[in-house]
Design a protein around this ligand. Structure first.
Ligand code: INI
Length: 160
């Protein structure tokens, strides 16, 4: 593989501006995702003054706010953070499906990298595990994915 011409993103965030769009719903989980994402970006060279936190009510509202955020031309990337946890009704399925589909559309339509740091779990315990304990931190993963995507896009021509 090493002989192939390769385009890949480096993980240096210096000079980049990020929006973190985070839901208030399940905020005790989401706050850990925010902490993980912020910590990751700062440790990779981002400046605190270049990080903006935007709060939204729940995951369902996230695609619209992410779309408006991406359209501002103020941010190089948008990290979306939330937690959709299954309850006793089908509400979970509708919210989880809409946020995933909506954020994918926003990313394609805006050409701004959107990180999908939305936990979709069957139980609260699974969410806790993915918010900074034994199964990692989805906020960190989403921040890294956005940073890497920004750096890849920089190397591709605007027309592609
Ligand atoms: N929003 C979430 O972010 N996570 C959830 O687990 C959740 N559940 O399960 O209901 C949730 N619902 C609220 C939804 O995102 C909207 O904010 C609400 O329906 C108002 O539009």
């Amino acid at each position: 593989m090493s002989q192939l011409k390769t385009i890949e993103g480096h993980l240096q965030a210096e000079g980049l501006r990020f929006a973190l769009v985070a839901s208030r719903f399940n905020d005790f989980i989401v706050d850990r995702l925010i902490s993980g994402a912020v910590d990751y970006l700062l440790r990779h060279g981002a400046k605190q003054e270049n990080l903006t936190l935007i709060r939204v009510p729940g995951a369902f509202e996230m695609p619209l706010i992410a779309q408006k955020t991406a359209a501002q031309n103020q941010f190089d990337g948008v990290v979306c953070l939330g937690a959709v946890i299954r309850g006793a009704t089908p509400h979970f399925d509708f919210v989880a499906a809409e946020v995933a589909k909506g954020l994918a559309q926003v990313s394609l339509a805006s050409s701004v990298p959107i990180g999908f740091g939305i936990l979709t779990t069957d139980t609260l315990e699974q969410a806790i595990e993915r918010a900074g304990s034994k199964a990692g931190n989805k906020g960190v993963e989403a921040a890294q994915a956005v940073l890497e995507s920004i750096r890849v896009l920089e190397q591709l021509s605007p027309a592609s």
